[in-house]
Design a protein around this ligand. Sequence first.
Ligand code: NAG
Ligand code: NAG
Ligand code: NAG
Ligand code: NAG
Ligand code: NAG
Ligand code: NAG
Ligand code: NAG
Ligand code: NAG
Length: 585
Amino acid sequence: MCYLKTVLFVLIIQSIGNISSEIPDEPPNIVVILADDLGWNDFGIHGSNQIPTPNIDALGYNGVILDKFYTQQTCTPSRAALLTGKYPMRLGLQGTPIDAGENRSLPLDTPTMAEQLKKLGYSTHLVGKWHLGAACKEHTPTKRGFDTHFGYWNGYVGYFSYEINVSQPIDTTKNFSGFDLHDALSPQWAYQGQYATELFTKKSLEVIDKHDVSKPMFLMLSHLAGHTGHDGTELGVPNKTRTDEKYSYIKDGGRRNLADVVNILDWSVGEVVKKLSDRGMLENSIVLFFSDNGAQTHGLFQNFASSWPFRGLKFTLFEGGVRGTGVMYSPLFKKQSYVNRQLIHITDLLPTFYRAAGGNVEDLGNIDGIDQWDAISKNEPTNRSTILISIDDLNGYSGILGYDGRYKLLNGSFKDGIYSDYFSESYRGPENPPYDISSVMKSNVNVAIQKLRENNPLAPATIKDLRKQVTLNSCRPANNTEVFTCNDMCLFDVYSDPCETTNIINDPSKERIVQNLKRKLNRYLSKIVPAANKKVDMLSDPKNFNNTWTPWLICDEKKQIYKYGWAEFYRNPFIALFKFISLYL
Ligand SMILES: *[C@@H]1O[C@H](CO)[C@@H](O)[C@H](O)[C@H]1NC(C)=O
Ligand SMILES: *[C@@H]1O[C@H](CO)[C@@H](O)[C@H](O)[C@H]1NC(C)=O
Ligand SMILES: *[C@@H]1O[C@H](CO)[C@@H](O)[C@H](O)[C@H]1NC(C)=O
Ligand SMILES: *[C@@H]1O[C@H](CO)[C@@H](O)[C@H](O)[C@H]1NC(C)=O
Ligand SMILES: *[C@@H]1O[C@H](CO)[C@@H](O)[C@H](O)[C@H]1NC(C)=O
Ligand SMILES: *[C@@H]1O[C@H](CO)[C@@H](O)[C@H](O)[C@H]1NC(C)=O
Ligand SMILES: *[C@@H]1O[C@H](CO)[C@@H](O)[C@H](O)[C@H]1NC(C)=O
Ligand SMILES: *[C@@H]1O[C@H](CO)[C@@H](O)[C@H](O)[C@H]1NC(C)=O
């Protein structure tokens, strides 16, 4: 009897313990560091020795390496999905990213991650890129839930100039050209000439330094690196001579620049984690690093990044475009130093963080993301078996991944398949230095984390083992195989064929799978909010605003109708004043 009581008592205590240990006791700090346009093969963790990324690698080796982490195929859709937990096709943001001067934005009635976390008491900060609209002040980050923003509103800027040009809509030989570096709404010309990755790092460290630790912090550091800057071809490095010396083993000059861009980005991750540690915040933090979409090895905005061995680039729905590099660390995870092979989508991050922060995921309303806290922190089975990869009605291509991420159905290709080939190299040649495990061990990230895992230090053997687990072998077809596009439909088994070499859509044994995926895709298609891409708005011309990108329209917050532009005041203050008065009388 007594024994039974003891057992019962122990069971009760255990179950209470389990319940309370499901989520952190206190809302954790959430730090999201984003890279731009980098591929699977640009990080040491996936087996390439070419670009040293010891800090990013250490984050994964100590935490969780997300092996089946899917993003959207380009910037604006990925950032929309991250911040809203919704598929971009529900917001009209699925197509080509927002141009500078285009009067489109994240819908004002869709709350952002920053707005949601603020409700739970977080202070919220964005450093770097926004890319979700800036036609009206109401579109910009500090009006969308971020307490502070230091950075740029458009898709990219110069690494030193912070300028971006777009073709003028009527005479495309001319440009709308302007400066885009803002602190909230105020332009920051004084920083011109400073290197973007270093500047954004410095600003992030200031945010952490100033943070009142009695509150939880949400910091999103959204880097320019490794997107091309300035005129869309620049891969800015602080000292080109040093870059060429340090990476002399890399033959291609573009790739050499990218190596330094990525290596400095890696340094940034180290600085941020070290600062969290110095302030005693790391012990209650979740730190996520990922790239917003795949590499742009070739073509528009070519940055020499690599999605090897995968097929396809940014803009495509092949693995090279959407299977993201993602590593996540938290001392709060019950399971650490492992490869997570569960299906996780970028829309899942909002509910996952919200749950970890102690929120009730149901309060997030009708979203597409699901809570993956248990799937990540304990490697419990995920509830996700399907991902709508994208429906881009503007460019006419779509894709869905089903059956626990095994079968991918593609309907059409981006621009008839221009980026569907196997572009990038393996970069695994003997010219590269060997993988430097000691630099991983000595990295700022690893040193900071070891202080929190006293009894269970990360061993070099674990590094080797984990790296091996996520290093893919070449799975490409021979060079002479003609690359087919998916302008009709393709079905791939991405478990057995991660390089998407073989279209099995006509395999009779897959007929039921194809029908099922088509049905699901059609169901989403019936709920699409059409892509609302527009031409660059004539009123946006930075010439009207001291050559600086400035919100040029006035938004009605409730009806979300644009009224007329600030630019009109510059052109004809009398007419503008008359219109303004008539609008409000
Ligand atoms: C306009 O900007 C593009 C890059 O967006 C650049 O290639 C082109 O040279 C610019 N044209 C002029 C006239 O400055
Ligand atoms: C932007 O365009 C202006 C001329 O319109 C040109 O002087 C400037 O160099 C261009 N800058 C970039 C980044 O292309
Ligand atoms: C650039 O790097 C080279 C080679 O490392 C070095 O000699 C030079 O002093 C550096 N220049 C500046 C301005 O730091
Ligand atoms: C997963 O789905 C099951 C069944 O619908 C549900 O009971 C459970 O709460 C879900 N788990 C998470 C983490 O959403
Ligand atoms: C494929 O072609 C490239 C260059 O054309 C060559 O360097 C490479 O060795 C070839 N690979 C194979 C497997 O034949
Ligand atoms: C495939 O895409 C075309 C338009 O590009 C569309 O009409 C068709 O319904 C799509 N099929 C499915 C199964 O979604
Ligand atoms: C948005 O831009 C488009 C393209 O320039 C233009 O036709 C439209 O009138 C603009 N909308 C508003 C409300 O200014
Ligand atoms: C216009 O821009 C320059 C930098 O290009 C800046 O120094 C100046 O203060 C700005 N003028 C106004 C009125 O904002």
